[in-house]
Design a protein around this ligand. Sequence first.
Ligand SMILES: NC(=O)c1ccc[n+]([C@@H]2O[C@H](COP(=O)([O-])OP(=O)(O)OC[C@H]3O[C@@H](n4cnc5c(N)ncnc54)[C@H](OP(=O)(O)O)[C@@H]3O)[C@@H](O)[C@H]2O)c1
Length: 274
Amino acid sequence: MKPILVAGATGNVGSQVVGRLRARDVPVRPLSRNPPPDGFRGDLANPETIRPALDGVDTVFLMLAGSAEALVPTVSLLGERVKRVVFLSSGAVDDSLTEQDNAIGAWHRTVEEAIEATGLEWTFLRPHGFAANTLGWAPSIRADGVVRGAYGEASMPLIHEKDIAAVAVEALTGDGHAGAKYVLTGTRPMTQAEQVRIIGEAAGRPARWEEIPLDEARAELLTKMPDFIVDTMLGGFRGLVTKPGEVTSTVQDVTGRPGLDFEVWAAEHAAAFR
Ligand SMILES: NC(=O)c1ccc[n+]([C@@H]2O[C@H](COP(=O)([O-])OP(=O)(O)OC[C@H]3O[C@@H](n4cnc5c(N)ncnc54)[C@H](OP(=O)(O)O)[C@@H]3O)[C@@H](O)[C@H]2O)c1
């Protein structure tokens, strides 16, 4: 069996993809800039560094790392060298728009369009918010059990990274996924305040949400992310207060088993919040 190249192999999703492929005895080439000892060193923004890892590879798990524009030359190289790409895109992409109306959707759509232009067999995974995003709250939960932010009533079905990886592995190894755009979500929408409470329960110490003025929350987020991401994120949260994120059945449809609840993710990651 030919090896599958897994980009972002040390990340939340990529590491799970590597583990699941290995559990099926599929040979894997993990790739990142700081790879594990058995992995390949490569920068997705520099196709020449990826080239050696592509020898004998037909199938690639690709993710967006750095800017979308920087990834386009690497996508062209894949078009020349491999047959199938499964791309970790984003639920922010809206097919009803010719021009995406937010930065995150626009980035991911740029890469999707580049992949479509290659003629490769492709599958796009379009997850909404990752459960792993809540790890950003770990320092404040550890410090005093309080998460301070805006839009605590924003409600969304966060997805476990294992579920994204499980769908990825089906698309990498199975048939019938070419041309699919899989919108992936968790099992039920829950507010940010509820997510904090569930994490506290899993960690064995009470945790609560504290609503703070929007400009304070924005200033805090700007210490971690660029302004266009922060504003896209906050705009998304504002909408999710009145209209909770929808749940899709794609994880169940593709893998044949239900998705994992946020409670499962919280129990698995409880140590990070203690
Ligand atoms: N978070 C969300 O809610 C959400 C929602 C929808 C879609 N997404 C998509 O998911 C992605 C994040 O996935 P994740 O959480 O699994 O990632 P992650 O945990 O942040 O890991 C990123 C991985 O990519 C590697 N990497 C980063 N830059 C690289 C480069 N230039 N060349 C090669 N490898 C590089 C990193 O290793 P090195 O640093 O060693 O290179 C690491 O293995 C986002 O970028 C977005 O496209 C996220």
